[in-house]
Design a protein around this ligand. Structure first.
Ligand code: GLN
Length: 220
């Protein structure tokens, strides 16, 4: 199968770093700013940045509706930090009018690690990522305060005041991390997402193939 084409929502945030990490993980990365660009990708990354600003810009660019529809329609999406907030069904410590895309059955708390700890780094073991823990960079990061039954916890903080807090999750085709793997030069988290995108493509192709097959059988 050819390399998947993965969009990076390019309204605000660390788009360039995600683009590089996706390349390193074997995908073709393309910026997404318009609904037509969104329609052409096999998967999407929502970068870190500022979720309130990102949501406002997405609204202004006419992307909120198409993004919600894409998530609901099964587009694989990986959200990092502000991107995790965008994917969350429930957000704590957010302005009352903050819009998200939703889709991920989690409650996230914005800026959860406390004001005095704007950023910190830690080693986090991620389920499905081989070769030892990843170096996780947290920048005014959210954590997952509660996760629904269908959400798989992929990683938690180990040690320190945030010990045990959930910082990486997956639900179906949606993946989210509180931290920024795109900043460390380690493409393993992006590789995990690229694998998910490949699997989703294969699944969609085989279900389309099955439908065509069934159709032609009926005719004969
Ligand atoms: N604190 C930011 C927000 O609420 C997220 C920070 C980040 O993406 N690094 O959107």
């Amino acid at each position: 199968m050819s390399a998947p084409s993965i969009g990076v929502l390019a309204l605000q945030g660390d788009v360039r770093e995600h683009t590089a990490a996706l390349h390193a993980a074997g995908a073709v990365a393309v910026p997404v700013r318009r609904p037509q660009e969104l329609a052409a990708v096999d998967g999407l990354v929502l970068p870190g940045g500022e979720s309130t600003t990102m949501a406002k810009l997405a609204d202004r660019f006419g992307l909120l509706g198409p993004l919600r529809a894409a998530v609901a329609g099964g587009l694989p999406v990986y959200g990092s930090c502000a991107g995790m907030i965008m994917l969350a069904d429930r957000v704590l410590d957010a302005p009352a009018d903050q819009q998200t895309l939703g889709g991920l059955d989690v409650t996230v708390r914005r800026n959860a690690f406390g004001r005095q700890v704007d950023s910190f780094e830690s080693e986090v073991a991620i389920a499905g990522v081989e070769g030892g823990p990843v170096h996780a960079v947290f920048i005014r990061a959210p954590w997952v305060e509660a996760a629904g039954a269908d959400v798989q916890v992929l990683g938690r903080v180990e040690g320190g005041p945030a010990d045990g807090r959930i910082v990486a999750v997956r639900q179906g085709r949606l993946v989210a991390t509180s931290f920024h793997p795109e900043l460390t030069g380690d493409p393993r988290v992006h590789a995990l997402f690229v694998e998910l995108v490949q699997a989703a493509r294969a699944e969609d192709l085989s279900s389309t193939g099955a439908a065509v097959g069934a159709g032609s059988e009926e005719k004969s």
